[in-house]
Design a protein around this ligand. Structure first.
Ligand code: GRF
Length: 216
């Protein structure tokens, strides 16, 4: 499988982007990060990417009349940088079906819940309100509807009785920083293939025990 040429799309803090950059620079993922692109010039993650020697650029959605024009500019910028695989990492713009189609099975996202539960915004607030005992995060290929698409990998974390949005988000984020590099590594190794609309991971696949919360 050809070495991935990555574009990472961010809008803010960029801690997941950082986890991907770190894993690539340690050689854990066989991929070149060609570009970190943000729709916000003030995104914290941009400075970190630059300090790691990664090329960055900003395409502001405010400079375009509609989503389609913005997405066309994103696409041009990614192509110009030679990107052939896109990682969304806290990118806060809805993408048009046309753009998503162009990157079908070449674009992944991380979402802080066990999808298909709690897609969209205010994920942790809704998980707490529902009283779930496990939450977590999901890496998936991107499809037209927000936070849907074939699931590549998930991590579960317990929801504890005294949790609020903030500490649940922090616990899930720790799992995100492990899960996103892991999922990308599987893709870079050519171990993820599609069976219809399911992403299947080739062996060797570690069998692990179920996580029970509360423990018995
Ligand atoms: C993460 O929780 C990610 O799952 C969600 O947005 C947040 C981005 O955080 N899509 P960061 O910018 O990666 O720190």
């Amino acid at each position: 499988m050809a070495r991935l040429r990555l574009g990472i799309l961010i809008s803010g803090r960029g801690s997941n982007m950082r986890a991907l950059i770190d894993a690539c620079s340690k050689g854990l993922i066989d991929a070149d990060i060609r570009l970190v692109l943000s729709n916000e010039s003030s995104a914290e993650g941009l400075a970190h990417a630059r300090s790691s020697g990664v090329t960055t650029s900003t395409v502001s959605h405010r400079d375009f009349a509609d989503r389609a024009a913005f997405d066309a500019a994103l696409h041009r910028e990614l192509k110009r940088a030679g990107v052939d695989f896109v990682c969304l990492a806290g990118f806060m713009r809805l993408l048009t079906p046309g753009f998503i189609d162009k990157w079908r099975d070449r674009m992944i996202n991380i979402h802080p819940s066990l999808l298909p539960a709690f897609p969209g915004l205010h994920t942790h607030r809704r998980a707490l309100a529902a009283g779930v005992k496990l939450s977590g995060c999901t890496v998936h290929f991107v499809r037209a509807e927000t936070d849907t698409g074939p699931i590549i990998a998930q991590a579960a974390v317990p929801v504890l009785p005294d949790d609020n949005e903030e500490n649940l988000a922090a616990r899930v984020l720790i799992a995100e920083h492990r899960l996103y590099p892991l999922a990308l590594r599987l893709i870079a190794q050519g171990r993820v293939h599609m069976e219809g609309e399911r992403a299947v991971i080739r062996a060797p696949y570690p069998a692990s025990a179920a996580l029970l919360n509360p423990p018995d």
